[in-house]
Design a protein around this ligand. Structure first.
Ligand code: 5GP
Length: 121
């Protein structure tokens, strides 16, 4: 994650296009949610827009992205409920090298199923 973000296709496009398998937990016309391949909690789900529209990361957000940004967060809430995370959960958006972002297609992490600590963990 040390290189500068570039607006080029990522592994998430292959998941969107069903070119590589993913454990999909929610899908509609705009968003896709699937289990993280390297889970950091008993429940760890990635929520992404199907169309990136320049959103390599949150740092690239513009006014035209307001609706999709809202959809990503609302989908996180729906999936948290679907996953039974009634005692709480955590939402994370990593941005850029210092934020530990590794895939440059904006995504929301939904983490749950264990006690979170702040700020570590
Ligand atoms: P970031 O580090 O950019 O915030 O998050 C990227 C996430 O995508 C990581 O947690 C990583 O485990 C996950 N990931 C990367 N490649 C794949 C993949 O091919 N399939 C799935 N399901 N998750 C992936």
């Amino acid at each position: 994650a040390a290189s500068a973000p570039a607006d080029s296709p990522t592994i998430f496009d292959k998941i969107i296009n069903k070119e590589i398998p993913a454990n999909i937990v929610f899908e509609d016309e705009q968003v896709l949610a699937f289990r993280d391949i390297n889970p950091q909690a008993p429940t760890h789900i990635i929520i992404i827009p199907k169309v990136k529209d320049g959103l390599t990361g949150l740092s690239q957000a513009e006014e035209r992205h307001y609706e999709i940004l809202g959809r990503l967060l609302h989908t996180a809430k729906l999936v948290a409920k679907q996953e039974g995370l009634d005692d709480g959960f955590r939402i994370v958006i990593n941005d850029g090298p210092k934020g530990c972002q590794s895939v440059y297609h904006i995504h929301v992490h939904l983490l749950g199923g264990r006690q979170m600590n702040w700020p570590a963990g």
